[in-house]
Design a protein around this ligand. Structure first.
Ligand SMILES: Nc1ncnc2c1ncn2[C@@H]1O[C@H](COP(=O)(O)OP(=O)(O)OP(=O)(O)O)[C@@H](O)[C@H]1O
Length: 153
């Protein structure tokens, strides 16, 4: 998804903008609650704009719910939680990289922009495949036992 970007500041505006942002970043850093608020804004932005992020949240929640339902060991539930969380964290980084690339090259094609976006998307894909593999290894055996025991009485 391409992101809307505001026009770049002119050279005359730059010193004012930099000073203003430094001032703001100082205020932000002084308050932990405000930091959380901005982190939440990033998560909320990804949730609203990235379909894959919403899919990963749903699949991750389903996997954790299933692992609790199937009475997996705490360590197994933790492993599923870690792999699912990693996918979400990488999806957030993917969104950040996409935004930075769009900010840098605007609407123009660039080979390096393509590499950056493709690699970021690749990182998400690798983590998602690992998460599915791990969930499959941990969830399938008890799920098969539950289904067959119900089927054969
Ligand atoms: N400025 C650009 N220059 C070159 N290739 C680009 C550029 N912008 C996007 N692409 C190519 O188009 C693909 C999709 O880019 P886009 O910004 O639409 O990501 P996306 O489809 O939203 O990704 P995701 O599904 O992970 O959110 C990139 O992976 C890249 O190959």
């Amino acid at each position: 998804m391409s992101h809307q970007v505001s026009p770049p500041p002119t050279p005359n505006q730059l010193p004012t903008l930099v000073n203003k942002e430094r001032e703001m970043s100082w205020q932000i850093a002084s308050n932990l609650f405000v930091s959380f608020k901005y982190a939440w804004a990033g998560i909320s932005y990804s949730f609203q704009t990235q379909r894959n992020f919403r899919i990963h949240i749903s699949v991750g929640a389903l996997a954790i719910a299933l692992s609790v339902f199937l009475h997996l060991q705490a360590i197994e539930i933790a492993i599923i939680g870690i792999t699912s969380g990693l996918v979400l964290a990488l999806e957030l980084l993917n969104t950040a990289i996409e935004s930075l690339v769009d900010l840098t090259v605007k609407q123009t094609y660039h080979d390096l922009a393509k590499i950056a976006k493709d690699c970021a998307a690749g990182a998400v894909l690798v983590s998602a495949l690992v998460a599915v593999l791990v969930a499959g290894i941990l969830l399938l055996p008890p799920l098969v036992i539950l289904i067959t025991s119900n089927f054969y009485g």
